[in-house]
Ligand binder design. Structure first.
Ligand SMILES: [Fe+2]
Length: 249
């Protein structure tokens, strides 16, 4: 994991976020960033105990179909329209260790590129059998997996003709609120990725490439669904207490 991004010295309970790796807040080619970016210099605050130690989620909050977007909104016996896929990967910290018990939430447009949202304006039709959101919790090694359909690209009112590449939105809670990550996953081979004004706010090409999930034929289910692999790196804990613990064996 030596090429993963953290170039700052280790201070505090977690690695500090590297703001040269993440997109800057003010990027005028992404129009909405102009009004919502901070107008004043940022203030650094120390993390409180609750931000470092929480939240903790139990598997009991996850429903049976929460990790199956093909069926979790569908009428009985029916399923969502679209290319059936499996998205899976590992939630890691910056030391390359799996993060177990992380809550992942995901939301996306349907196969035609339309969201089920009252402020959606795109003319593509809704799929009556597709809601567009789900969640799961990573296992003891940080692995996660869900089924869905491949979302379609959609146009958005930014420049005169801007289209979002096919993408899935992710929210990830790790072991502390300070690890919270909200990001997007793209699909290998999509020519719209490199034309997207949101993607282009990311300073380094390597950082964009880490958001592009490769086709994973190894985990494809023949005659059912293709697989895409998307690993997610959260801010790591500075402490290595667990590894250093003397347990006598
Ligand atoms: Fe989106």
């Amino acid at each position: 994991m030596s090429d993963l991004p953290n170039r700052k010295p280790e201070t505090g309970a977690f690695f500090p976020r590297d703001r040269t790796w993440h997109p800057p807040a003010y990027t005028p080619d992404y129009k909405t960033s102009v009004l919502r970016s901070p107008q004043k210099a940022l203030l650094a605050l120390d993390n409180t105990i609750s931000e470092i130690t929480g939240p903790v989620f139990g598997h009991s909050i996850i429903g049976e179909l929460d990790n199956d977007l093909i069926h979790n909104f569908a009428r009985p016996g029916e399923s969502a329209i679209g290319e059936r896929i499996i998205v899976h990967g590992q939630v890691l910290d910056e030391r390359g260790h799996g993060v177990p018990g992380a809550l992942l939430e995901f939301w996306q447009a349907n196969a035609g590129g339309r969201y089920r949202h009252r402020r959606e304006i795109y003319l593509a039709p809704l799929d009556p059998n597709f809601g567009g959101c789900g969640r799961c919790i990573s296992d003891e090694n940080g692995n996660y997996r869900f089924r869905t359909i491949k979302p379609g690209p959609y146009p958005w009112p930014n420049g005169p003709n801007d289209w979002r590449p096919a993408h899935i939105h992710f929210s990830v809670f790790g072991h502390g609120f300070v690890q919270r990550l909200i990001t997007q996953m793209y699909f290998e081979g999509d020519p719209l990725i490199w034309r997207c004004p949101i993607v282009r706010t990311i300073p380094e090409r390597r950082a964009v490439e880490l958001l592009v999930a490769p086709l994973d034929m190894e985990n494809t289910i023949p005659m059912d669904a293709r697989a895409y692999k998307f690993d997610i790196v959260l801010r790591g804990r500075r402490s290595t207490l667990f590894e250093n613990r003397l347990d006598g064996n």
